[in-house]
Design a protein around this ligand. Structure first.
Ligand SMILES: Cc1ncc(C[n+]2csc(CCOP(=O)(O)OP(=O)(O)O)c2C)c(N)n1
Ligand code: SF4
Ligand SMILES: [Mg+2]
Length: 306
C-alpha cells in the first residue's frame, strides 16, 4: 500500500499498473480476481486519485482485497469493516471509500454492523463478496450457503435455507441495493459506477465463484439462470449477455417490486432500489460539528474547574 501523503498529487493518468501491488494469493479461477479488477477498471476510468482512495475489509479470502490496491487500505478485523469505514468517512469525508466484505464477514459476525451501516447511510461503496461459504477457514456453512449443500461443518447438508442478502438489505432500509457477478466484467464495473455516484451507503451484492470449495455453484458459462434488470435510472444490462438471457424492466424507485425480484427463485442482476434522499449520518454529524460554538482550546480545561 502507498505511503504517499494525501496532499501529494497522483501520477497522472492513473493506470491499472499503478494500482497493482503483489500477485494476489487466491486460487486459480477465484472470483475475487474479477471483483478487484472490476474496481481497478472503475478507478482508472474515473481517474480516482489513489492517495485519496481507501479500501477497507474484514477477514476472509475476500478480506485480502485491500492488499492488492496501491491505495490506502485497512485489512481489519473479522466483521468490523463497516465501523472502521465509518471512522474513515467521519475523519476525512473527501476520500473515496470502498468496503470489501464476505458473506460470513457481512452477515454473520458483522451482521450487527451491516444493520447500522445501512441505517447510518454514510457515503461508501459496500461490496459483498458472496461465495456462499466461509472459504478462508476452509469450507464452513455461512449464512448464504444453499440448503442441503454439504460443508465441513454440516457434511450431511446445510440445515437451513440461506439468508437473502437482497431482501435483507431492502428490509433494513438500504438507500441503494444492486446485484452483479464476478464473471460479468462490464456489468460489474457499471454497477460500481452507479454505487460510487450514489449519495450514501451503496450495498452491492456480488455473486462470487469459489472454485476451490464449491466448483459447481455458479454456472458462469451459461446465462439462462439469471436475468438483468433494466431501467433508464438503473444499470445497463451487460451488452455481451443481454441477448442470451431475459431482460426485465424495473424502476429502482419501486420498493415493492424490488422485494419481488429480490425474493424470486431466479437470480436478478441490476439495480433493485435507490433512494437518493435518505438522510446521511456523516453529513448530519459534520453539520453539527461545523455549527457547534467554537471554543478557545486554551480555555477548554478551565471550564472543568469548580
Ligand atoms: C473474531 C474472529 N472470529 C472468527 C475468525 C475466523 N474466520 C476468519 S475468516 C472467517 C469466515 C470468512 O468467510 P467469508 O466472510 O464468507 O469470507 P471468504 O473467505 O469466503 O471470502 C472466519 C470465521 C476470525 N478471524 N476472527
Ligand atoms: S478458497 Fe475459494 S474464495 Fe478463497 S481464494 Fe480459493 S477460490 Fe477464492
Ligand atoms: Mg464467503
Amino acid at each position: 500500500m502507498t505511503t504517499d501523503t494525501v496532499s501529494k498529487p497522483a501520477p497522472t493518468p492513473v493506470t491499472i499498473k499503478d494500482l497493482n501491488t503483489e500477485n494476489p494469493r487466491w486460487c486459480a479461477g477465484c472470483g475475487d480476481f474479477g471483483i478487484i479488477m472490476g474496481l481497478k477498471r472503475f478507478i482508472v476510468e474515473r481517474q480516482l486519485v489513489p492517495s485519496q482512495t481507501v479500501n477497507v475489509s474484514g477477514i476472509g479470502c475476500s478480506g485480502r482485497a485491500p492488499n492488492y490496491f496501491n491505495t490506502y487500505g485497512v485489512h481489519s478485523i473479522h466483521g468490523r469493516a463497516i465501523p472502521i469505514a465509518l471512522g474513515v468517512a467521519l475523519a476525512n469525508p473527501g476520500l473515496n471509500l470502498f468496503v470489501h466484505s464476505g458473506d460470513g464477514d457481512a452477515l454473520s459476525i458483522g451482521g450487527n454492523h451491516l444493520i447500522h451501516g445501512i441505517n447510518k447511510n454514510f457515503k461508501a461503496v459496500f461490496l459483498m463478496y458472496d461465495n456462499e461459504v466461509y472459504a478462508l477457514t476452509k469450507n464452513q456453512t455461512s449464512p448464504t450457503t444453499r440448503h442441503e449443500h454439504p460443508t465441513n461443518t454440516q457434511p450431511q447438508g446445510t440445515f437451513l435455507n440461506p439468508l437473502n442478502p437482497i431482501t435483507l438489505a431492502l428490509g433494513l432500509g438500504a438507500s441503494f441495493v444492486a446485484s452483479t457477478a464476478d464473471w460479468i466484467p462490464d456489468h460489474l464495473t457499471n454497477t460500481m459506477k452507479a454505487a460510487f455516484d450514489h449519495p450514501g451507503f451503496a450495498f452491492v451484492h456480488i455473486s462470487q465463484r469459489c472454485p476451490h470449495f464449491d466448483p459447481n455453484n455458479f454456472d458462469h458459462k451459461n446465462s439462462n439462470w439469471f436475468s438483468f434488470l433494466k431501467h433508464p435510472n438503473g444499470i445497463e444490462p451487460d451488452r455481451r449477455l443481454a441477448d442470451k438471457t431475459e431482460v426485465v424492466e424495473h424502476d429502482p424507485s419501486n420498493l415493492a417490486q424490488a422485494f419481488q425480484f429480490g425474493a424470486a427463485e431466479r437470480r436478478y442482476f441490476g439495480l433493485f432500489f435507490q433512494n437518493k434522499n435518505k438522510p446521511r449520518y456523516d453529513n448530519i454529524l459534520h453539520g453539527v460539528v461545523a455549527n457547534a460554538p467554537k471554543k478557545d482550546p486554551s480555555k477548554i480545561l478551565d471550564s472543568f474547574l469548580i
